[in-house]
Write a protein that binds this ligand. Structure first.
Ligand code: GUN
Length: 290
């Protein structure tokens, strides 16, 4: 069993990004600039946002954090996004999800300029990605691809089973790995909450790569996978003890795996690194550098 070390891979990607930024800054350009919008103080969101801001600084980026209270009106949020869309000093913007229930999440995402949508959640980017066109790719899915590429895990033609069909992870990763992309060309099955248990087991037991994003600690058990599987655990679950665990019963399943991601230190780190790649691309687009 070998670890797909997201921390190591992310650090290498961020170091590469900071070298590219240094070249642009030495040529007289301003730094790339990411703006993060955070509504309320949902504990996991606070922690993700902190990690994004820290990684901006490690990448040589400027960042701004715009906070709104839980009670913010949707109109206020939309007005702020419109202001950022028009502000030439911001290259990329993210609205940390989830948003409070009184706000229409999709409406907020749709209001972000596709040119600044570094999360890749806007229908224009998602559609372009699905069609195999140039687009900002959703950060968690893109991060998983970069991790597989970094460790040269064979993907082309392999049978990949994705568990969970969320718009931010399961759906985009299933499309990206099946597309004829730089990292892709796999044979993909997307399973979800309505997949009958027997069918799920049929699929996962013959999968070369399993990607799980369901938010249930210990969901993937050793009987569900074959010997030599590559297991990508997207889950970040906080137990009552405070311990952070993924969706895989790691200690029991790891001995069967060729490759497995740890939690923490796996996919979470890669999500942030991929967001930095997207921000650098947005910046380079802004300055016609590519
Ligand atoms: N909440 C959980 N994951 C994500 C993500 O990738 N982007 C944003 N904006 N919010 C999230």
């Amino acid at each position: 069993m070998k670890l797909l070390d997201g921390k190591l891979c992310a650090e290498s990607l961020v170091a590469d990004i900071s070298r590219q930024v240094a070249v642009h800054v030495a040529a007289g350009l301003r730094k790339p600039h990411m703006t993060v919008i955070l509504v309320g103080n949902h504990a996991p969101s606070e922690s993700y946002v902190k990690s994004k801001i820290t990684t901006c600084s490690l990448s040589g980026f400027d960042s701004s954090l715009v906070r709104f209270p839980e009670t913010v009106y949707e109109q206020e949020l939309l007005a702020k996004i419109e202001e950022i869309n028009l502000d030439p000093s911001t290259d990329g913007v993210i609205v940390q999800l989830p948003l409070p229930a009184h706000i229409d999440q999709q409406k907020v995402i749709n209001s972000i300029s596709p040119d600044k949508d570094i999360d890749g959640f806007h229908p224009t980017n998602f559609g372009r990605m699905a069609l195999g066109q140039k687009a900002f790719r959703p950060a968690t899915a893109y991060g998983i691809c970069k991790l597989l590429q970094f460790y040269q895990v064979p993907v082309v033609g392999k049978h990949c089973v994705v568990i969970g069909r969320s718009n931010i992870v399961g759906k985009p990763i299933s499309i990206m790995l099946s597309n004829d992309f730089d990292i892709g060309n796999a044979t993909v099955t997307l399973t979800h909450i309505e997949t009958p248990r027997e069918l799920l087991l049929d699929e996962t037991r013959r999968a070369d790569i399993v990607i799980v994003a369901v938010g249930i600690p210990g969901f993937v058990t050793p009987d569900m996978v074959k010997e030599g599987v590559t297991l990508i655990d997207v889950g970040i679950n906080r137990l009552e003890s405070g311990k952070i665990v993924g969706d895989v019963a790691f200690d029991a399943v790891a001995p069967k795996c060729a490759w497995i991601t740890p939690v923490p230190g796996g996919v979470g780190r890669m999500t942030v690194a991929a967001l930095m790649i997207n921000t650098l691309i947005a910046y380079q687009n802004n300055f016609n550098l590519v």
